[in-house]
Design a protein around this ligand. Structure first.
Ligand SMILES: Cc1cc2nc3c(=O)[nH]c(=O)nc-3n(C[C@H](O)[C@H](O)[C@H](O)COP(=O)(O)OP(=O)(O)OC[C@H]3O[C@@H](n4cnc5c(N)ncnc54)[C@H](O)[C@@H]3O)c2cc1C
Length: 421
């Protein structure tokens, strides 16, 4: 097994991790190592665009990092702790142990999926998931696509798909028009978000944006008949009326869930689903910091600024870290307004029927778990959450549907090859 020792180790090469690495590297006496499980840095929003990116912010960061003295390890996924101050990561050629003095966790977030009849059919994908496939080369030219769920990601994804010549037939947003109006009026406090929102909406002129609307079910009646029609038949609800649309793809996502498994595995306190941090982004564990989406879903600006504070603080430059507190307060307030505006409505808890799959890794249906009192009980009796994704998908769904709290994280937090265990 390879072994790499470093002063400051950063897990996650997204906005937060890159920003942390750059800030930490201001202390020239320290060795900094940045690990990401993807072939390229950039995280959810920038990784596929780097090299051809339109984002000056991303370009500036990546150039500074690549030309600096930061050790970058791509294609390395941290899956367990080895000793008190070291982690194990799986790489394409085996496993590597990373030994550190200080650790910054910047592992981002993932989409939340909620179950409804038909959500596991082919061509029903996460909103960010479809966007990632298209970034990876999937051709959606002239494809009929419905984007549904909740949150600003729906607009970003719809705009991206439209820019790739897809025919986005509707965006169905579950939150109310009143919630959205309140959120939009509050955007004057975040001018960059306001400008981003206006730009997105103007690029989506002509695409119906339906509030108070959600997908009730999906079927694929045309597939078995060998028809050339769009394969999905999507049923929507709005103000107690239902109607259907045919489409090639449904891109459905219900805002984001923080990736807290690594922090939790290391013993960091998690409160209300987020990693608890102090003003310097320090977790409850000594010498472990956390930045970006695991501490709160607040968008790219929040991740950048939290990364900067964590990086400076970990590099013993608390005075510089302090200079960014006011900026973080602003992004924090935006995050609060965002999460209020896109809070999930109770009706979404009643979409699944007894046959709807909740845990797709283990084929566990809603009917077989609905009478249990906890995630643990459901897990022991049905294997719900015990498959390859280790409850990453169904855990967030059962938390919403039944109020079940997350189980403690156990190694390996990602599936690994036997020889790397
Ligand atoms: C699917 C999806 C699509 C999104 N699309 C958009 C968009 O189009 N526009 C927009 O403004 N915002 C988008 N967002 C939100 C965006 O992610 C945030 O605004 C911001 O980029 C978060 O930055 P971050 O550094 O906190 O996390 P991320 O950018 O997610 O970076 C975290 C990185 O850590 C890596 N990682 C996680 N765990 C490990 C591990 N154990 N070992 C090694 N590496 C690990 C991840 O693969 C990732 O590269 C999207 C979010 C998601 C989940």
């Amino acid at each position: 097994m390879n072994k790499i020792s470093t002063d400051i180790l950063i897990i996650g090469g997204g906005a937060a991790g890159m920003s942390a690495a750059l800030a930490a590297s201001s202390n020239r006496d320290l060795g900094i190592t940045l690990i990401d499980d993807n072939p390229r840095l950039g995280g959810q929003i920038w990784r596929a665009e780097l090299g051809k990116t339109k984002s000056p912010e991303a370009l500036k960061l990546i150039t500074a990092i690549e030309s600096g003295r930061i050790g970058i390890v791509n294609n390395a996924q941290v899956f367990a702790a080895q000793n008190e101050n070291s982690l194990l990561a799986q790489t394409p050629t085996g496993s590597t142990e990373f030994e550190y003095q200080k650790l910054i966790i910047a592992t981002g977030a993932r989409e939340r999926f909620l179950p409804f009849p038909g959500w596991t059919l082919p061509n029903v994908l996460g909103a960010g998931g479809l966007q990632a496939l298209v970034k990876g080369g999937l051709n959606v030219e002239n494809k009929l696509i419905v984007v549904a769920g909740t949150g600003p990601l729906l607009l970003a994804v719809a705009e991206y798909l439209k820019s790739k010549e897809a025919n986005v037939v509707a965006i169905a947003e579950q939150t109310s028009a009143a919630n959205l109006r309140r959120f939009a009026f509050g955007l004057w406090r975040s001018p960059s978000k306001l400008a981003q929102g206006i730009a997105l909406r103007s690029k989506l002129i002509g695409v119906p944006y339906l509030t108070d609307s959600w997908v009730e079910s999906v079927s694929s009646p045309h597939v078995s008949k060998g028809s050339t029609s769009a394969p999905l038949n999507i049923t929507f609800t709005r103000n107690r009326k239902t109607w259907t649309i045919d489409a090639d793809y449904l891109a459905s996502g219900f805002h984001l869930v923080p990736n807290t498994e690594l922090a939790s595995l290391l013993g960091c306190r998690v409160e209300n689903s987020f990693v608890a941090v102090d003003e310097f982004q320090r977790t409850s564990c000594e010498n472990i910091y956390c930045a970006g989406e695991p501490t709160g879903i607040g968008g790219v600006e929040a991740s950048l600024i939290e990364g900067k504070i964590a990086g400076f603080a970990a590099a013993d430059n608390e005075a510089e870290a302090r200079l960014h507190f006011a900026e973080r307060e602003k992004t924090g307030k935006f995050a609060e307004r965002l999460n209020r505006a896109f809070a999930l409505r109770d009706e979404l808890k009643h979409l699944a029927d007894d046959d709807t799959i909740i845990c797709r890794c283990e084929d566990v249906s809603y009917g077989s778990i609905r009478d249990f009192d906890s995630r643990r009980e459901a897990k022991l009796q049905t294997r719900c959450g015990m498959g390859a994704c280790q409850g990453r998908i169904c855990g967030a769904a059962t938390e919403f549907l039944f109020g079940w709290e997350a189980d403690t994280a156990r190694p390996p937090i990602f599936p690994v090859r036997m020889e790397n265990l």
